[in-house]
Design a protein around this ligand. Structure first.
Ligand code: IVH
Length: 685
């Protein structure tokens, strides 16, 4: 290789000089590429420089400088992320959902400022990544932290140091002095092309794929092992600051220039505009630009440019009055309905589902979309062969928005609900007053499959490895006729199933055994009583403390409990009155499945600081799912509710907390960070 040849016969002194040269060149090209958006060499040439540097450093390890560009490989893994408290909170933005709301924003600004003259605004991409703060002391990166709940974040310094365009040391392009202290804030994203390449590589190695660039970026940054982050291609875009010493800036425009001058990547799509009309023009420009941008955006941010005006406008709750996030409507795509099929649910309800020509909508390939029910299908008049608009908003199931009837050519076929169940052939009925069509066969294999899948799901018995393909086989072979049968299937029977290796049969047996110890609330969920989800199950478990006691409850008694109305109460008593359900419960008991609440689950362990307290969760947690956190709190005897009042003891605030957070602050309710909450959980362990 030429690199090796050029570096092979160097003396120590020559190597030292070459190393310095290489670092200077690489830093120069980094700046051209990331900051100025004006690369002077090709990627291959850049890679060659980088390789030469690495080779030379390998040969002369003692000459390697600590700030070398090759150092971005990550520090050793840690046990946990340390907490970082801020004096200048990282706030969120109010949203404008359409052009009308953008005009409202401008109108409000004029009212508040008492002026008719057009206001200058900076418009910026609204990056769809995760926000972080980088703290530099005397030009050196000393701390990187996630946003967390705005006031308390997590220390991700070693991870952020591996991001290729995060400067470890600042230098002003104009040679001016560096601030003694600056917090640079912005977004960590994964560029679309990097995301595609990463997923392709993961596909080749059989690793699970990331759903979209945002998830990939978030999953990559929050790694306890920074070496993992180092292998992921992340990019940082700066857009604002926290603390700043020694420097006076007058406007957002100056700030962005200043950040660029310090060596940060600032989007070249930021524009200074005047008046509402130009803001709307920019919103439309961003909408058109969206597909072609190298990173994903979910809107545009508008900021009053002048800092003097920003100060006059101030803040309301946790958002500045001087800025707004103009969100984009959910991404929509046109595709073709190949077929309409019918799914049979746990309760026998038949749901029409559109089978689509696969299409990428906001980073996820959509192949199916629910049509909800026949009334919906008729209202939208979806036919087989139609061209339709589909959309995904957030994490919701994709849906058909409307049919492009103007594109019909007459070959489209109207769909009718089959008269017999597509799975078992039993008669399909539509009960009086109901929207739903149902299969009349109580032992329909589809219903049984769904019942078993529900029983095994995470919120219920959490049986790992028991997925749809396996359940289908168990039902088809007649090995399982009710959830309780799962615990009586023999190992040999399992091993005989298709694609079931020895090892997986063992794993499944272990998973089944482990599931017998699930807490009472999960067992209640698993029973599949209509309307009884995780929250109701928790209420029931806390109150009755055993399946036996619950099975004896009367409707009146049940209705005395919070959140339980007549409909739910009736569903519960009906469930326990049915002989086949009683048989199932006895078999579960015989299998050794837990049927009662343990001491700690009922809050009897008064030692826990959470016992007897009313707790509300808001925002997204990092370490637990919302449900896990609620369950853990309930297991310590806490009462988990959904709204904040003066009776609330704690509000646990994760990332991007909602209005509950503001209400808690107003009422003076104690707000816990995720870490503090975890500490409380552990306090009585
Ligand atoms: S400025 C007080 N500028 O949007 C203003 N935020 O809800 C603070 N975001 O958490 C933020 N692009 O993660 C700002 N150009 C941009 C942004 C941006 C994306 C995110 C940021 C923040 C959220 C606000």
């Amino acid at each position: 290789m030429t690199d090796n040849n050029t570096t092979k016969n160097l003396t120590r002194e020559q190597a030292r000089r070459r190393l310095r040269e290489l670092i200077q060149q690489i830093e120069f090209h980094n700046r051209q590429y990331y900051v100025l958006d004006d690369p002077q060499i090709t990627d291959a040439e850049y890679d060659a420089l980088f390789r030469e540097l690495r080779d030379l450093e390998t040969r002369f390890p003692d000459l390697k400088s600590p700030g070398s560009p090759t150092e971005r490989v990550g520090a050793p893994p840690r046990e946990d992320f340390a907490k970082v408290e801020r004096t200048v909170g990282m706030l969120s933005l109010a949203n404008a959902m359409n052009e009308g709301e953008i005009l409202d924003f401008d109108r409000r600004i004029h009212e508040l400022l008492g002026t008719d003259r057009p206001v200058q605004y900076m418009v910026e991409p609204k990056f769809d990544g995760l926000s972080i703060e980088l703290t530099y002391e005397n030009g050196n990166l000393v701390l990187a932290s996630t946003r967390g709940n705005g006031w308390v974040g997590e220390d991700v310094t070693p991870n952020a140091m591996t991001i290729r365009n995060v400067p470890h040391r600042l230098s002003r392009i104009d040679g001016g002095p560096l601030p003694a202290l600056i917090d640079v804030r912005g977004e960590v994203v994964m560029l679309k092309r990097d995301f595609i390449a990463l997923n392709q590589a993961r596909e080749r190695t059989g690793e699970p794929l990331f759903a979209n660039p945002r998830n990939a970026a978030a999953g990559s940054l929050r790694q306890l092992d920074p070496a993992v982050t180092a292998r992921r291609p992340l990019t940082f875009y700066a857009y604002t600051i926290g603390r700043l010493e020694d420097v006076e800036l007058e406007s957002q425009q100056e700030l962005l220039e200043f950040l660029r001058g310090l060596g940060f990547t600032v989007s070249t799509e930021c524009r200074l505009v005047e008046g509402a009309g130009q803001v709307i023009d920019e919103y439309r420009r961003f909408l058109n630009l969206r597909e072609d941008l190298p990173f994903e955006i979910d809107g545009m941010v508008v900021k009053v440019n002048s800092f003097a005006l920003q100060r006059r406008l101030g803040f309301v709750a946790r958002s500045p009055r001087w800025a707004v996030a103009c969100k984009f409507p959910p991404e929509q795509k046109v595709t073709k309905v190949r077929d309409i099929i019918v799914g049979v649910g746990r309760t026998g309800v038949l749901t029409p589902v559109a089978v689509l020509e696969p299409v990428d909508v906001a980073g996820v390939v959509v192949k199916r979309a629910t049509l909800h029910n026949m009334d919906e299908l008729r209202r939208k008049d979806v036919r087989i062969g139609d061209q339709v608009v589909v959309q995904r908003a957030g994490d919701v199931i994709p849906e058909v928005v409307r049919v492009l009837t103007e594109r019909r050519d007459g070959s489209e076929q109207v769909f009718n609900m089959p008269e017999t169940c597509p799975v078992c052939g039993a008669r399909v009925v539509r009960p009086e007053g109901e929207v739903a069509y149902r299969c009349t066969n109580v032992s329909c294999p589809a219903q049984l499959r769904e019942t078993i899948l529900h029983f095994a799901s995470r919120e219920a018995m959490d049986i790992e490895g028991l997925g749809p393909a396996l359940v289908a086989q168990l039902v088809e072979k007649g090995l399982v006729k009710s959830p309780a049968d799962l615990y009586f299937v023999k190992r040999e029977d399992l091993a005989g199933l298709e694609r079931m290796a020895e090892k997986s049969a063992d794993n499944l047996v272990n998973a089944l055994n482990a599931s017998k110890k699930r807490p009472l609330n999960q067992v209640i969920v698993a029973l599949g009583i209509p309307f009884v989800g995780t929250s109701t199950a928790r209420t029931l478990a806390n109150h009755y403390r055993s399946i036996d006691a619950l099975s004896r409850a009367t409707e009146e008694e049940l209705q005395d409990l919070e959140d339980i109305g007549p409909k739910v109460a009736q569903a519960i008593t009906t469930f326990f009155a049915q002989p086949e359900n009683r048989v199932m419960l006895e078999r579960l008991r015989a299998a050794g499945v837990n049927m009662s609440a343990s001491e700690s689950e009922t809050g009897a362990s008064a030692a826990s600081p959470l016992a007897g307290k009313t707790v509300v969760f808001t925002g997204s947690l990092q370490r637990f799912t919302r449900k896990q956190a609620q369950d853990l709190a309930a297991a310590k005897g806490a009462k988990v509710t959904s709204s904040v009042s003066s009776r609330t003891d704690f509000v646990v605030a994760g990332e991007n907390p909602g209005s509950k957070y503001d209400k808690a602050r107003k009422l003076g309710v104690t707000i816990l960070t995720e870490q503090e909450f975890q500490a409380m959980l552990e306090a009585s362990d």
